[in-house]
Design a protein around this ligand. Structure first.
Ligand code: NAD
Length: 365
C-alpha cells in the first residue's frame, strides 16, 4: 500500500524548561532585537509577570483581557500598541490572553512571544478568533503565529486543579479531533497520539496534587503536541460544536470541550476504527470510549453543559448553527436528529454508551 499526503509544519521556536521562563524570555527579546515591548497578562496571571519580566524593559503592561476576544477589546488593545510604538507583544496567560495578542498581530503584524499558563494551545496555532454580537469568527493567518513559545511548568502551578483538568481535556480534544479532522495525516496523527499519552499520564498526577511539577510538565508537553496536531489537521466535528457553543452562548471554553469530547468520541469511534485503536493504545486501554471515561472519572471531569451556562431551549438553535459546519470528512455522517441527541446527552451529562454498532472501515482514520 502506498502512502500519500500533504503536510504543513508551522515554523516557531519552542523553549521548554521549568524555572527557565524569565531567562528564556530575556534571551528571546534580545534575539529579536525588540526595544518596545508590550506585555499582556490578565488579572489571574499578573502575579507571574513581575518575576518573568525582570530581565526585560517593558513599555506597556496591559491587562484588559476577556474570554473569546470581544472585538471592542481587540480594537482597544491594537490602539494601545500603536500609541506606544510597540515592536513586540509578549502574552502571559491562557488562550484568552494569547487570543488578544493574536488580534493585535492580525492587523499590525507585530511579532508575539507567547508564555502559556494553561493547556489551551493557542500559542502553537496560526488560528485567530474574535467575538462580536454573540458570534465567534475564526480565521487562519500566519502573522498571528507566535514567533517563540516559552513553556515553563512552574507558571502553571497556580492554575486550580479543576481548571487544569478542564484545560487538559481541551488539549486532549485537540488530539482526538485531529484523528479525523479534514487535514488529518500520518504526521499530525502521530503527534496527536503522543499528546494523548502525555496528557493521560500528566493530568491524573495534577488532579492528585496540583503542585506535582512532573505532572505539570507532561501536561504542558502534551498540550503543545495537541496544538501542533490541531493546527495541522484542522477543526473536526468536536471543535465545530464547541466553537458554536462558546461563541453563541458564551460558554467557558475548556469546560465545554471537556463535556462534549466523550460524546463525539462515542459517536465517531465505530466509524473510525483505526483512529479508535490509536486513541485506545495512547490511553493504554483496549477501548477508546471506555478509556476516556476511565480517565474522566479519575479526573472528576465536568459532565454536563447545563452546569456551564447552556439553556436547554437553546439546543435546537445550536443544532441549526452547528450542522452546516460539520466537516464532510467526519467519519460518520451527522443528521440534525443525531446532533440534537448528542447535544441533549451532553446537556444533561449522560455517560456516552460504548459503541454498539458494527465497526465500519474508514479511510479518514
Ligand atoms: P482562559 O485564557 O480564559 O483562562 C481560563 C482562566 O484561567 C482565566 O480566568 C485565567 O485568568 C486563568 N488562568 C490562566 N492561567 C492561570 C494560572 N497559571 N494560574 C491561575 N489562573 C490562571 O482560557 P483557556 O482555556 O486557556 O483559553 C480559552 C480561549 O482560547 C478561548 O477563547 C478559545 O477559543 C481560545 N483558543 C484558541 C485557540 C486557537 O488556536 N486560536 C486554541 C485553543 C483555545
Amino acid at each position: 500500500m502506498t502512502v500519500t499526503f500533504e503536510h504543513v509544519t508551522l515554523g516557531q521556536r519552542v523553549l521548554f524548561g521549568a524555572g527557565k521562563a524569565a531567562a528564556h524570555l530575556s534571551a528571546e527579546v534580545g534575539r529579536l532585537g525588540a526595544g518596545r515591548v508590550m506585555v499582556i497578562a490578565g488579572s489571574s496571571e499578573a502575579p507571574l509577570v513581575e518575576k518573568l519580566c525582570a530581565g526585560i524593559d517593558v513599555v506597556l503592561y496591559y491587562n484588559d483581557v476577556a474570554p473569546h476576544v470581544p472585538v471592542g477589546k481587540a480594537e482597544k488593545a491594537r490602539a494601545a500598541a500603536l500609541a506606544h510604538g510597540i515592536d513586540l507583544v509578549v502574552c502571559v496567560g491562557g488562550g484568552s490572553t494569547t487570543g488578544l495578542a493574536k488580534a493585535i498581530a492580525l492587523t499590525t503584524h507585530l511579532p508575539i512571544i507567547a508564555v502559556p499558563t494553561t493547556y489551551a494551545g493557542s500559542e502553537a496555532t496560526n488560528v485567530w478568533g474574535l467575538t462580536e454580537a454573540s458570534r465567534k469568527t475564526t480565521g487562519v493567518d500566519d502573522h498571528v503565529l507566535p514567533v517563540s513559545v516559552i513553556y515553563d511548568a512552574e507558571l502553571t502551578l497556580s492554575l486550580p486543579a479543576g481548571l487544569s483538568v478542564a484545560s487538559g481535556l481541551n488539549a486532549l480534544a485537540h488530539c482526538i479531533d485531529s484523528m479525523w479532522a479534514p487535514r488529518a495525516d500520518p504526521i499530525n496523527q502521530a503527534l496527536a497520539a503522543e499528546g494523548i499519552r502525555a496528557l493521560a499520564g500528566g493530568l491524573p498526577l495534577i488532579k492528585h496534587n496540583p503542585q506535582d511539577l512532573a505532572g505539570r510538565e507532561q501536561a504542558l508537553y502534551g498540550a503543545y503536541l495537541s496544538a501542533v496536531a490541531f493546527a495541522s489537521a484542522g477543526s473536526g466535528m468536536h471543535h465545530k460544536i464547541c466553537h458554536v457553543l462558546g461563541g453563541a452562548y458564551n460558554m467557558p471554553h475548556a469546560e465545554t470541550h471537556a463535556v462534549v469530547l466523550p460524546h463525539v468520541l462515542a459517536y465517531n469511534a465505530p466509524f473510525a476504527p483505526d483512529a479508535e485503536r490509536r486513541i485506545a493504545a495512547a490511553l493504554g486501554t483496549a477501548d477508546a470510549v471506555a478509556g476516556l471515561e476511565a480517565l474522566r472519572s479519575v479526573l472528576a471531569a465536568p459532565t454536563a453543559l447545563k452546569d456551564h451556562g447552556l439553556a436547554e431551549a437553546a439546543i435546537p438553535q445550536a443544532v441549526e448553527l452547528i450542522l452546516p459546519a460539520i466537516p464532510g470528512s467526519n467519519p460518520r455522517p451527522v443528521s440534525a436528529m443525531e446532533l440534537e441527541h448528542l447535544l441533549r446527552a451532553a446537556y444533561v451529562g449522560t455517560t456516552p454508551a460504548a459503541p454498539s454498532m458494527p465497526r465500519k472501515e474508514s479511510s479518514h482514520a
